[in-house]
Design a binder for this molecule. Structure first.
Ligand code: SF4
Ligand code: SF4
Ligand code: SF4
Length: 198
């Protein structure tokens, strides 16, 4: 089991950690699992392209020696602020919490956090988002502290969504119990009225 976990970790290291779904999987880990357990093709990571494919091949062949991989001067998202209507859709689409803003107010990209996954761009209902080259001309390097940070932020967001769902379910349960008790009290009232009339 530990061996399998190590293999999965190594495959994960070959992936850029953008969580962009371009491989058709939900995230990098799902794609790594598909390679490991379902014999999935190793050429599906579009951002990692040939670099990732070559490293995945090496790993599968048992060669674990590989250096850093990179996307040169990667692009990040940009919001044309004057057109932003503050719908918050992009916040929900961003896998790594790189967008901030309140409802009906302008939204902003935290440039340092944006990994260039492009998931937000198509979601904007007023088309006010675009991809631009990052001013600092940074490369996206993986595995690295930055790709690890992207991974951590992604899993943190997943946990938060799960917790919110549980809270909502608990609140719904509470509402249902209140409604049940209210109806039970009403029924009891009607029963007593009925008995009083006898
Ligand atoms: S970075 Fe590659 S492996 Fe990760 S989600 Fe995007 S396409 Fe898939
Ligand atoms: S801001 Fe957009 S491009 Fe950048 S990480 Fe978030 S969803 Fe991806
Ligand atoms: S999706 Fe577009 S309009 Fe909506 S908050 Fe984001 S940038 Fe603004």
């Amino acid at each position: 089991m530990k061996k399998e976990t190590n293999k999965l970790e190594k495959l994960m290291n070959a992936l850029p950690q953008l969580q962009c779904k371009k491989c058709t999987y939900d995230d990098c880990e799902s794609y790594a699992q598909a390679i490991l357990y379902s014999n999935e093709s190793i050429n599906k990571c579009e951002p990692g392209a040939n670099q990732t494919k070559n490293v995945l091949k090496k790993l599968i062949d048992g060669d674990t020696n590989f250096g850093e991989l990179s996307i040169e001067n990667y692009q990040i998202a940009h919001i044309n602020y004057d057109d932003c209507i503050g719908c918050t859709i992009c916040i929900k689409a961003c896998p790594v919490d790189a967008i901030i803003g309140a409802r009906k107010k302008q939204h902003y990209i935290i440039n340092d956090r944006c990994n260039g996954c492009e998931l937000c761009i198509e979601q904007c209902p007023v088309d006010c988002m675009e991809m631009v080259y990052n001013d600092a001309q940074l490369s996206w390097i993986w595995p690295s502290a930055k790709s690890d940070d992207s991974k951590v932020r992604y899993y943190r967001k997943l946990t938060r969504i799960e917790q919110d769902k549980n809270t909502k379910t608990a609140l719904n349960q509470e509402e249902k119990i209140k409604e049940y008790l209210k109806l039970a009290v009403e029924r009891e009232g009607e029963r007593r009225k009925f008995l009083d009339r006898q």
